[in-house]
Design a protein around this ligand. Structure first.
Ligand code: ADP
Ligand code: MG
Length: 446
C-alpha cells in the first residue's frame, strides 16, 4: 500500500536526519511526524501543526534535503499536511524550499579541451583524456593519473575530461573535488557520525575527479575511505581521474594499497612546454583576447624567457594586456622586459661586457679581435658602436669610461657618440632597427 511506502521512506529520511540532529530537537520536531502518502515523486508528511513546518523549514531544510536526496533521489519533493485532529483550516502544502539544484559537478566550465593548446609537453595526456571522455570507465585508462609541476595544466585537463563527458552524457554524475575538500568533508562527516552517508554519496558518482591527491599524504582516515570508494567505483565501471604534482612512486605517507590503485590505469605526465609550444600558447591567448598588434619579437621574447609554466605565461600576457588597454602603453620589447621581470623570480643575470661583445660580434659577423683593434672599416666601426650602445642601455654597473676602454680602448666621448649614432639609426632605418631588436632579444634572453 502507498501509505506503507510513504511511512517507510519517511522513516528512512528520519534516520539520516537523526544523525545530525540533537536528541531533544529530534524528539520534539521530527518524532511526531509521519509519512502518509507517496504520489509520483511527492512524499506527504503529516505534522501536528504549522509550527512544525516553520521549525523544520527554517532549521533543518538542508539536512532534510540531503536525506531526501539520499533516500528518494534529487527530484523528490516534500509536502506537509497538518493532522486532522488539530483545529486545521486548509492543510499547509508547500514544497521544500531549499530544493537543491540538480547534482552539481563543481566544474569550471571554461576548462575545456578546446582551450588547451596541444603540443609535445601534453600531447599524450591530452589524447588519453579525449579517449576517456568518449567512453568514461570503459577504457583501460582507469584511473588516469595526471602528474606534473605547478601551472602545467593538470587541473584544466582533469576538468576538461569532466566537461566533455557532460556534453556527451548530460545525465551522468560527474564530480570534481580537490583532495583537500574531500579530506575536509570526510573529517566533518566522521565527526558527525555520517561516515556512511559520505561513502554512499561518493559511491554514486559516475566520474570522480580528484585533484592534487598528494595531499592525501599522512591522512590515514581519508586514504582508507578513498580506498573503498575507489574500489567500488572501479568495480562498477566508473571513471576515476586523479592528478598530483608527482608520480605515485614519489608519493609519501600514502599506503601501498592505495598507491598501487593509482597505478592501475594510465599514468601520464605534463611537461614544461618547449619554446615552440609556449609560442603557440601565447599566440592563442593573444588571439582569444583579440590582441594582434604585439610585435613578433616581443611574443618570442616572452616565450623564450618565461620558461617555467603556463600559468606564468598567462600572467605575463594578462599584465601586458592590462598595460596596453588601461595604461595605453604600446607593447614594446621594453615593456615586455619590465613585465617579465616581475614574473620571473630568479632575476636575469647581469649582462657582462664580454657577453655583449661576443653576441654583437656573432650576430654582426665580426671577428672579436677586430672589434678591439683600431680598424676603421665600416662594419667594424658599426659593430663597435652597437656593442657600446648595448653596454650603455642594458647594463647599470659600468661607467662610460669603463665601457669605452673595455670594448675597444676608446674614451667616454666615443661611447656617447656611438649611442647617439645608433639611436638615430634605429629611428630612421627600419631594417637596422630589426637587426638591433634581434641582438637585443638574444642579449635579454640569456
Ligand atoms: P596545474 O593544475 O597543473 O597547476 P592549471 O590547470 O591550473 O595547472 O593551469 C594553469 C593555467 O594554465 C590555467 O589557466 C590553464 O588554463 C593554462 N594552461 C595550462 N596548459 C595549457 C595549454 N596547453 N594551453 C593553454 N592553456 C593552458
Ligand atoms: Mg591544479
Amino acid at each position: 500500500m502507498k501509505n506503507e511506502t510513504a511511512a517507510a521512506l519517511w522513516s528512512a529520511c528520519l534516520e539520516i536526519v537523526r544523525k545530525t540532529t540533537s536528541n531533544d530537537v529530534f524528539e520534539q520536531w521530527f518524532l511526531p511526524t509521519r509519512g502518509i502518502a507517496m504520489q509520483g515523486n511527492v512524499l506527504t508528511v503529516e505534522i501536528p501543526d504549522k509550527s512544525y513546518y516553520d521549525y523544520i523549514e527554517s532549521h533543518s531544510a538542508d539536512v532534510l534535503r540531503e536525506a531526501l536526496d539520499t533516500v528518494m533521489g534529487h527530484d523528490s519533493r516534500l509536502r506537509y499536511s497538518i493532522a486532522k485532529k488539530s483545529q486545521l483550516k486548509a492543510p499547509v502544502q508547500v514544497a521544500v524550499k531549499a530544493e537543491k539544484p540538480r547534482f552539481s559537478p563543481q566544474l569550471n566550465t571554461s576548462y575545456t579541451f578546446s582551450q588547451l593548446v596541444d603540443g609535445a609537453s601534453n600531447h599524450t595526456a591530452l589524447s588519453a583524456a579525449r579517449t576517456i571522455a568518449l567512453s568514461p570507465g570503459k577504457t583501460a585508462f582507469n584511473p588516469i593519473f595526471i602528474y606534473g609541476g605547478v601551472g602545467l595544466g593538470k587541473t584544466h585537463l582533469a576538468q576538461a575530461i569532466g566537461n566533455d563527458i557532460l556534453t556527451r552524457y548530460p545525465d551522468s554524475r560527474v564530480l570534481y573535488v580537490p583532495s583537500e575538500k574531500f579530506i575536509q568533508q570526510y573529517v566533518d562527516a566522521y565527526a558527525q557520525d555520517r561516515r556512511n552517508d559520505f561513502i554512499n554519496f561518493y559511491q554514486n558518482i559516475d566520474t570522480l575527479i580528484i585533484d592534487d591527491v598528494q595531499f592525501f599524504s599522512g591522512k590515514k582516515g581519508s586514504q582508507e575511505v578513498f580506498f573503498h570508494i575507489f574500489n567500488h567505483l572501479h568495480q562498477n565501471g566508473k571513471q576515476l581521474v586523479l592528478t598530483a604534482d608527482r608520480t605515485p612512486v614519489d608519493m609519501r605517507d600514502i599506503t601501498d594499497r592505495l598507491l598501487s590503485r593509482f597505478k592501475w590505469g594510465l599514468t601520464v605526465k605534463l611537461d614544461v612546454p618547449d619554446f615552440e609550444h609556449r609560442l603557440r600558447i601565447l599566440e592563442e591567448k593573444l588571439r582569444r583576447e583579440d590582441i594582434n598588434d604585439i610585435p613578433h619579437d616581443v611574443v618570442a621574447y616572452i616565450a623564450k624567457t618565461v620558461n617555467t609554466n603556463v600559468r606564468e605565461l598567462e600572467g605575463v600576457v594578462n599584465s601586458l594586456i592590462m598595460h596596453s588597454t588601461i595604461v595605453r602603453r604600446d607593447i614594446t620589447l621594453e615593456l615586455a622586459v619590465e613585465v617579465v621581470s616581475q614574473f620571473i623570480k630568479t632575476s636575469r643575470r647581469e649582462l657582462t661586457l664580454d657577453y655583449i661583445k661576443s653576441v654583437v660580434c656573432e650576430t654582426m659577423g665580426v671577428e672579436p679581435a677586430l672589434l678591439e683593434s683600431s680598424s676603421r672599416r665600416g662594419e667594424i666601426v658599426r659593430a663597435r658602436q652597437v656593442a657600446m650602445y648595448f653596454a650603455k642601455t642594458l647594463t647599470q654597473n659600468y661607467s662610460l669610461q669603463q665601457i669605452g676602454s673595455y670594448i675597444a680602448g676608446r674614451d667616454h666621448s666615443t661611447v656617447i657618440h656611438s649611442c647617439k649614432t645608433i639611436s638615430n639609426l634605429i629611428d630612421t632605418d627600419k631594417k637596422f632597427k630589426m637587426r638591433i631588436d634581434e641582438i637585443k632579444l638574444k642579449l635579454l634572453s640569456a
